[in-house]
Structures are given as C-alpha cells and as structure tokens.
Design a protein around this ligand. Sequence first.
Ligand code: FUB
Length: 459
Amino acid sequence: MRRALGRGLAVTMGAGLLVAVAGQPASAAEIPAGARSLLSVNVAGQYVRHSDYLGGLAAVTSGSSAQAKADATFTVTPGLAGGAGCVSFQAANGMWLRHRDYRIRLETNAGTATFLADATFCVRDGSAAGSVRLESLNYPGRFIRHRDYALWLDASTTNPATFVADSSFQVTAPWVAGRRSPVIKGLYADPNIAYLNGRYYLYPTTDGYNGWSGTRFKAFSSTDLTTWTDHGTILDVGPSVSWASSRAWAPTIAAKNGRYYFYFCADTNIGVATATSPAGPFTDALGRPLVAAGFRSGQMIDPHVFTDDSGQSYLYWGNGYAYAVPLNADMTSFDAAQVRQFSLPNFREGLFMIKRNGVYYLSYSVDDTGSENYHVEYATGTSPLGPWTHRGTILSKNLSLGIKGPGHHSIVQAPGADTWHIAYHRFAVPAGNGTNREVTIDPLRFNADGTIQPVTPTL
Ligand code: FUB
C-alpha cells in the first residue's frame, strides 16, 4: 500500500532542524534515491549506523564526529536485485547493507545473486506517519529491526506493535552531504546519452553482477542533466528476448520514422528492439540478433547508431575490432557486404560518433573495463566511415580523486547550442571495480582548432 502524505513532510534532524527529504513529495512507502539517514521512531536520537561492519543504532548529534556522521549516512539506490519499490543502501566506503545469518552487515558487493538479494529491501509503511519499514526481498515477512541496539532481519514477534515500531525508521536528510555523482544512483555502466523529445535520456548497463550477467535495461530522463527520473525496466532480456538470456550490456538509442530503436548487447550478440516512446517498453524487433556472435572477428558488442545530416544512419560496434555499416531505412537490417572495419590505434570497444562543424569525431574506449587504466581516445574524419586521424586521449583516470577506469562514454549536444556533455562510467567511488561501476556526466569542450580538450573528471 502506498500512503501519500502532504508535500514537504518534516522529519526531525539532529540539530533540531526539521527537514523534508530533498524537498520531494513524501510517501510513507518510498525513499527517494540519494544520500539519507534513518532515525529510529521509538528510540530518540538513534540512527541506523554501521560500526565494525555491523549494523546498529547509535546516537548522532550535530556534535558527533565526522566519522560517526558518515557511518550514519547511506546512499539509497534502486534495489540491487530489482523489485518494485525496493532499495539498497550504500555506505560512504562503498560497501552495502545486507543481511547474512539474519544479521545486518556492511559488505562489498560480491555480484552474486545471493548478495544482490540479501542487499535489497522493499519499502513498506512504518508505524509512525511518514516512517518506513524495510522488508527483505528474499525473506518476505522479515524486516530490518533493532534489538539491543543491533540491527537484525527479524520476523514478527509475540508483541507485533513493538516489533513494528522497532522496525520503523524516519528517513531524514543525510548527516553527510552526498556527492553529485553518480548521476543515477546505484551501479550502472556504459551510459548512452541522447536528447529526445525535449528531454535527455540515459540508457545504461545495469551493473553489479558477477561476469556482467545482468539482464535488465533501464531508462532515465532529465531536463537538466542533474535530476533524473527512473523509468524502470524498459527491456529484460531474460523473459523478453528469445535468443539470449543474460549479459545485457551497452545499449544505444536512435529515433526515426516516429519510432525509437534500441540496440543492445545480449550474450555477446547485438539485438534491436522498438518502441513508440523513448521510455519504452521496447519489444525485440527481429526475434533474432541483428548482429550475431561470430558474424565477424571479436565480440559483437557495444552498438552505437549515428544519423548523418542526410538522414542516413550508421551502425558502429565491436570489441578488439571496430566495425561500421550503413543501416537500411528500416533501421533493423543492413547489407553485410557494406560492413567496414576500421584501424583505430589502441581500440578496444565502445565506439561513439558525433559531428561538429562538418567534422566527424569517432571516440572509443581503450584497455579493459576492469583496469583502472580504461580510458577514452578519439579520431577525426571527413565522413562517417573515415578515413580516421588519431587525436589522442580525452578522458582518463584521476587517482588523486579516486577516479579509476573512466570509459565507455557517449556524448550529447544541448539543443541549439554548441554545448556538449560526456556521459561515462568509472569504478564506483570509492570501492568499485570492473563490475561495480557508476555513471557520471561532465562537460566536453572543444579547442578553437576543433580538437577536444581533455575532460576534467569530477566527483
Ligand atoms: O558492461 C559490459 C561491457 O563492459 C561493455 O559492453 C563494455 O564496453 C565494457 O564497458
């Protein structure tokens, strides 16, 4: 049940301040994504906090140490294992709240199905107005509750009223301000950004799975590149694609003929799905891959579609080998005899094309997505199919900020302006790796001679 409360629900904050969560309309059974703290409804001033990697309750006040405040602050993300209305909680050190042996603990995302489910909690109404309860996704009927100031995953007791209160928390403003990034909360990678129908859209890989074994694609949209609306799952290759079941990676979008074409990887094939809205839902168009595994050398992954001013669209893809081909007018077929292979220095994957002032810019990822040295280089050409002049690196790690492995990018132009942004993923800061990645966006700027300035990656 969702119980809508009035706008600007006020909750008690440590310094006696009453704060509405991010100024958003409050609902007892929702927690907006972003940095939050959780206050017990029945033990005054006690917040959910981790200590020695275990969850508990502890008093936090404005006079508490920075460490205590950080330990009582979590970034709320969509549930790592999915689930409508389900969320996960990431601590400032990058670890996640999970249950194990019914104890609430802080652990690094192992990417296993068990971990993802153990770290996913579904938001229910709490005992007090505006409060929430957190029910286990994989153990329905068990809730996060405090017992002797420790957090457990318990089922109801002989005193249900006490149990409900012990498992109810007010969601408050965070004790420590959140970072700007990731721009979409949670673990995502390979962001494809596009401006469609007056909004920016992001289409990422859903990340955090061992072996990149996710199945769901989601879409997010924004008018300002800052506040993003989660449109939920737009295609799940498990149930919705007959020829693949896993490894849903690196999608891209194209608009033509009043329809939207969503190109995606699944089990290292490239498929295409269509919809009438950029927010989907998308339906597999062919019932088979558009580019099947084994079609050419290398992995048939990382599609990108660029449409030139003439209206001709081109499909780019590849891993280890870079390919392109003109798409037919139906956007779902091409002449295999027209496939071109490019020679691009250091190329690994993630091709992306833009055109500015008549120059074609083909950018791509170098090294391995699991390496902190993963980065983006580019080349320029006079046509969508080259020939290409290598220009160098535009995005790479910044270890002084803890930014590792930035790559698999996409680029978008603001409507009617020479203003550009680059969306890319990197190891989630601070504790990520090649399968725990996060998405961010930074400005992309050009020099007077048309070359691209190195991007300054920001937190
Ligand atoms: O996300 C899975 C794969 O990792 C992508 O297809 C590659 O580009 C790399 O980012």
